[in-house]
Ligand binder design. Sequence first.
Ligand code: 5GP
Ligand code: ZN
Length: 119
Amino acid sequence: MTHDPNCLFCKIVAGLIPCKKVHEDEDILAFHDIHPWAPVHFLIIPKIHIASLAQVGPEHATLLGRIMTLAPRLALQEGCNPYPQGGFRLLSNTGAEGGQEVHHLHFHVMGGPRPWHRG
Ligand code: 5GP
Ligand code: ZN
């Protein structure tokens, strides 16, 4: 299944729910988190529906590699300070015990001056 009609982030990908976009290309969407923990907090998601990192296989290696290489570029674009004094946190909560609430694979990118609201 590449799209789950009941999935919140699939609805965002489809444009049914609005978001503050940070980046969009054929395969990837990045948008601001609705409840930011940090001065900069956005999510990077694949457009296809993958429930979590637990469902990722070798066929997703290129997609995940693109997300990883996009993260530092978007972090700077969105106002994170440069490494090493600045930097950012990249996080993917996976499953209930991992703290995952939305079951569409997503990577949190958080940064900016501390203190943060959480983390
Ligand atoms: P999780 O806990 O699954 O790792 O994170 C889900 C994230 O999605 C949370 O940080 C939450 O604030 C964010 N979120 C939930 N619903 C929406 C929404 O409708 N729009 C946006 N932009 N973010 C959302
Ligand atoms: Zn989805």
